[in-house]
Design a protein around this ligand. Structure first.
Ligand code: ADP
Ligand code: MG
Length: 490
């Protein structure tokens, strides 16, 4: 398998960073980690669209500066990914508090803050129209002075912006109860679980916002990812300040740990978490935890911890339904002030089914594209702008389907695909089927060979070469292959 872009960058940095001096090398390595995490969080396609061109400028005090080539990209990244970028930096380097996202050609005016010297290539006006008023620079949520510790809360993740439907109504109701600050003992801990991109983090942040900003009482909330918990714990060990760490955590009213599955296999950190957990529950404090699986399915978590995790309220955030996806799209389009026809919303809700984050990303791209090129959002532009995302959601074609379709096309029996016969009118279609199997599936050469009557992988390789060469020489063959490819790809 090839490296992802971020992995390749990390490798390059490892190779070239050493002579630049230790600090820069460390920073470069951290930046590579942040990029890799970003890519995981938002997906390869989004990453490539918006963040590939991001360059690390440096660390000044507690502020990291990241550069993007245009104002358009800068504003979009700031708005959509600023909080995430900040959170990831904070998780990677404890010194970092803020992330400043700038365009590359920037001058600092004497008093007026930052002034763009760039311009030209981008279309900031259109972007502002597309995405609403630019948000102030991403910073650590200013919640600290209001009672949230260690948090980088995303200001978009509130109960108001959370769309409730059948799949998430129970989790939502539980989250609300805890956010009211009056949840009965049976709600401790609240354990939210479900697949990627279904709104767990959104609900966690919403609880934290509500408790720290709205509650009458003075409530101290600690929200962090399990990863951050581990980082903090390890750095406390290193600095021999574990007691402070313990006391700090045990002094909060509500402890929220996101993505607990991260603690699988991290025995020392699990142990620490277990003790903190017990101390807080015994003191009547609230715990909220999220994970990708239910407590009983979280293998690799110590039994006694698993038992405690499962004895409060366990709420499943189910996969979305078509209705919920439509409601989410409608709400997000309305928030962006974008005119997205119902037909396009239906199209997206049908196609992008597994993950709200991707659904949202697709909508954002469509809207940004429409404004940038001053064109309405239509099904055609959706196809055009989102072809890479849509392709990933397309039905996966199997070798059997390819064999059947090719056999039909050339009017031979499917059984000939695996037979030993070497007649020319059989060999050619068989080779084309092998070629298409290589192109349209992720199967390896030996796997393909096996499906074609246990042929050797070199035979498949030969077929791929033959057909490639033939397509160049013979327009008739090229046309057959293209026709088959298209009918198999829809
Ligand atoms: P998870 O933590 O479960 O992987 P997130 O909470 O990060 O998922 O959600 C991914 C994205 O989808 C976020 O931008 C979030 O706001 C959005 N999202 C998920 N579910 C909903 C929902 N029901 N209503 C509105 N936005 C949602
Ligand atoms: Mg999450």
């Amino acid at each position: 398998m090839g490296l992802t872009e971020a992995q390749a960058q990390e490798r390059d940095i490892e190779r070239f960073a050493a002579p630049q001096g230790q600090d820069e090398a460390v920073l470069a390595r951290q930046w590579a980690q942040v990029r890799a995490r970003l890519q995981e969080e938002i997906g390869e396609v989004e990453y490539r669209t918006w963040l590939r061109q991001a360059v690390l400028h440096g660390l000044d005090g507690d502020e990291i500066t990241v550069m993007l080539p245009t104002r358009f990209l800068r504003d979009f990244v700031n708005k959509e990914y600023g909080a995430l970028l900040t959170a990831l930096w904070q998780a990677t380097n404890p010194v970092v508090r803020r992330v400043d996202i700038r365009t590359r050609a920037v001058q600092r005016a004497p008093e007026a803050g930052v002034v763009d010297a760039a311009g030209g290539a981008d279309n900031a006006g259109a972007l502002e129209a597309a995405l609403g008023e630019p948000r102030p620079r991403a910073t650590l949520a200013k919640a600290e002075d209001r009672g949230v510790v260690l948090a980088a809360l995303d200001p978009r993740f509130t109960f108001e912006t959370f769309v409730v439907g059948k799949p998430n109504e129970f989790a939502y109701a539980c989250a609300r109860r805890v956010a009211d600050g009056q949840a009965p003992a049976g709600f401790n801990p609240l354990f939210l679980y479900g697949g990627v991109g279904l709104g767990k983090t959104h609900l966690m942040h919403a609880i934290a916002w509500e408790l720290s900003h709205r509650a009458e009482r003075d409530v101290t909330v600690a929200y962090m990812s399990a990863e951050k918990f581990m980082h903090r714990f390890i750095s406390a060990l290193r600095k021999q300040s574990t007691l402070e760490f313990k006391n700090e955590l045990r002094s909060v009213d509500v402890l929220m740990i996101d993505d607990l599955q991260f603690l699988i296999g991290k025995d020392g950190t699990q142990e620490e978490f277990f003790h903190t957990f017990n101390a807080l529950v015994d003191a009547g404090k609230q715990i909220v935890v999220s994970a990708d699986k239910s407590p009983s399915d979280l293998s690799g978590i110590e039994d006694r911890l698993r038992t405690r995790l499962g004895c409060g309220m366990v709420a499943d955030v189910h996969a979305t339904t078509y209705e919920l996806r439509m409601a989410i799209l409608e709400a997000k389009a309305a928030r962006a002030g974008a005119d997205v026809p119902v037909k396009v919303q239906e199209f997206l809700a049908q196609k992008i089914t597994s993950n709200v984050r991707e659904l949202e990303g697709a909508l954002n791209r469509l809207v940004a594209h429409a404004h940038l090129f001053n064109r309405p959002v239509t099904i055609e532009t959706a196809h055009e702008v989102l072809h890479d995302v849509l392709r990933a959601y397309d039905r996966k074609v199997t070798i059997e389907e390819i064999q059947k379709q090719v056999a039909d096309h050339f009017n031979i029996r499917v059984a000939e695909m695996a037979s030993a016969r070497r007649a020319r009118n059989i060999v050619r279609p068989r080779q084309i089927a092998m070629f298409l199997a290589k192109q349209l599936t992720t199967r390896s050469l030996p796997e393909i060979g096996r499906k074609f009557g246990n042929r050797d992988h070199t035979t498949v390789m030969h077929a791929v070469k033959q057909v490639t060469a033939l397509c160049e020489k013979d327009a008739g063959v090229a046309e057959d292959v293209e026709l088959l490819r298209r009918s198999l790809s829809v």
